[in-house]
Design a protein around this ligand. Structure first.
Ligand code: BTN
Length: 335
């Protein structure tokens, strides 16, 4: 198994191995001696780590003398389990896990500059400064949502990089639909909605030369099992749990999403932007005939969505004036 080099703040690989071992044998008592042998630490360390896991809400039962077992498989994103699910996949090679970090995009950006290979995944149980679009923050409650970033090194021009945001939206849309049966709305360029409320967003950042991308990081946030949101978000945010009334296993959703994203990404590299633009227009009913208001910073205008340009930019037929291409800005639906 490829080893993940330790990075300050990442979950200790052996602690993650302990969690995996317990998860794979849930409800079966495993002796402290066996755990110690299998993960290569002392029995005292095993006991200490079990205590640590309990503090994180993992329901580990048992004691030093008898051994340990999990009462319930925790919904923790153990990197080992994700790697196993993504064997042979671009995103199954290097997985970095944090119990908490400021922003997985910030970490991935640094890894990009440090020469980390394409496909590296950075995920966190909680973010203290999750980044959203237009300088907003992304509410990242511990252990309930998916907060992760992938590092890509595609041969693209900087102008094509935003297509990766749309591509990630398409992949996330497909994974959510396949796993939950829900049919989300995909709003250009990066919002995933259920019943008109946002439950997912994508923030792509890049480092590029004038004519070529050096690396791109695609950060994805999905509200999975949140039961409530802070007051200021409750009117505009939702989660998969709120819409279905049941828990979704985050690791399963993440594994499906990344498998889908790899296949969509390869197709984009093979076939070019047309694939992304066509697929987006098929999946997103928002791209056609919706009444919207566009705020660009410089101006604000009303209009009706009229499809995407071949480069993936939104076309809007202005109420007063011509058909325009939205290059940047916030597009809100007017109901
Ligand atoms: C948006 O505003 O819609 C984009 C939200 C993107 C949030 C994700 S959560 C994981 C990754 N790390 C961040 O700091 N942001 C992205």
């Amino acid at each position: 198994m490829p080893q993940t080099p330790s990075l300050p703040g990442t979950t200790d690989r052996r602690l993650a191995a302990l969690l995996t071992l317990l998860s794979e044998n849930a409800t079966i008592v495993i002796s402290g001696a066996r755990i110690a042998r299998e993960i290569g630490v002392s029995r005292t360390t095993v006991w200490r780590w079990v205590e640590q896991l309990r503090k994180l809400g993992v329901r580990a039962k048992g004691q030093r003398s008898t051994g340990y077992f999990l009462e319930k498989v925790p919904d923790i994103l153990t990197p080992d389990l994700l790697r196993k699910r993504l064997k042979g996949n671009l995103f199954g090679k290097r997985v970095l896990h944090f119990f908490q970090t400021d922003s997985t995009n910030r970490v991935a950006m640094e890894l990009g500059y440090a020469g980390e290979p394409e496909g590296t995944v950075v995920m966190a149980e909680a973010q203290t400064a999750g980044r959203g679009r237009s300088g907003r923050t992304w509410h990242s409650e511990r252990g309930t949502g998916l907060y992760f970033t992938v590092l890509l090194r595609p041969r693209l021009s900087p102008a094509q990089a935003p297509l990766l945001t749309m591509l990630a939206g398409i992949s996330a849309h497909a994974a959510v639909q396949a796993l939950t049966g829900l049919v989300p709305e995909l709003k250009w360029p990066n919002d995933l909605l259920l019943n008109g409320k946002k439950f997912g967003g994508i923030l792509t950042e890049m480092h590029a030369e004038p004519n070529a991308v050096r690396f791109v990081i695609v950060g994805i946030g999905i509200n999975v099992n949140q039961e409530k949101f802070p007051t200021e978000l409750s009117a505009i945010a939702t989660s998969i749990r709120k819409e279905t009334g049941r828990m979704t296993y985050r690791l399963e959703l993440l594994a499906r999403l990344l498998a889908q994203f790899e296949s969509d990404y390869n197709r984009f590299l093979r076939e070019g932007p047309g694939f992304v633009v066509d697929r987006f227009q098929t999946v997103s009913s928002f791209a056609h005939g919706r009444r919207v208001r566009v705020e660009t910073g410089a101006e604000s205008y009303g209009g009706t969505t009229a499809g995407l340009s071949p480069e993936g930019l939104l076309l809007v037929a202005r109420d007063e004036g011509p058909l325009v291409t939205v290059i940047a800005g916030d597009v809100t639906e007017v109901r």
